[in-house]
Design a protein around this ligand. Sequence first.
Ligand SMILES: [Zn+2]
Length: 142
Amino acid sequence: MAVLPVVDMHACMPLLPRQTLATRWHFQALAHNRLVTRYCGHCERHQFPPLDWCPGCGARDSRWRELAGTGTLYASTRMHAVADAFRPFAPVTVGVVDLVEGVRVLAWLLSPELVPDAPVQLVSLRFDDGNLLGARLLEETT
Ligand SMILES: [Zn+2]
C-alpha cells in the first residue's frame, strides 16, 4: 500500500472540505496519508470523487481501492486574488492531475513552476485540523 509523502502546513485549513457519506472514507484515508477512491468492477474504472454509484455504467456495487498517487499535471492556475481564508497562503497554485489509474484530481500545487505533462506525486498536506491533497514534482523528496 502506498503512503503519500506528508507536508506539514503549520496552519489550520483555509476551508474545511465538504464531506458526504460517499467521500467520508476518502478523507479518513487521507488523514492517514493514503489515497483511496471507488473502483467499479463492471466497467473496470476508478472514479473520483468517490460516489455511491458508477457514473460510467450506473452500477451501485463499486469498491474502495487505494491509488498510487502519481500522475502527470494536466493544467494549473496561480491565484493572487484569493478569498480571505486563503490570504495567508497567497499566491495559491492549484493543479489538475491525471493519475496513472485514469482519474483526474484537483490538488494544491506545491511546485508552481510546473508545466502541463510534468510528472507529479500527490502528497498529504497536513493541516492542524485535517489533511488535503497536494502535488509536487515527482522527483522531489520530503
Ligand atoms: Zn461502472
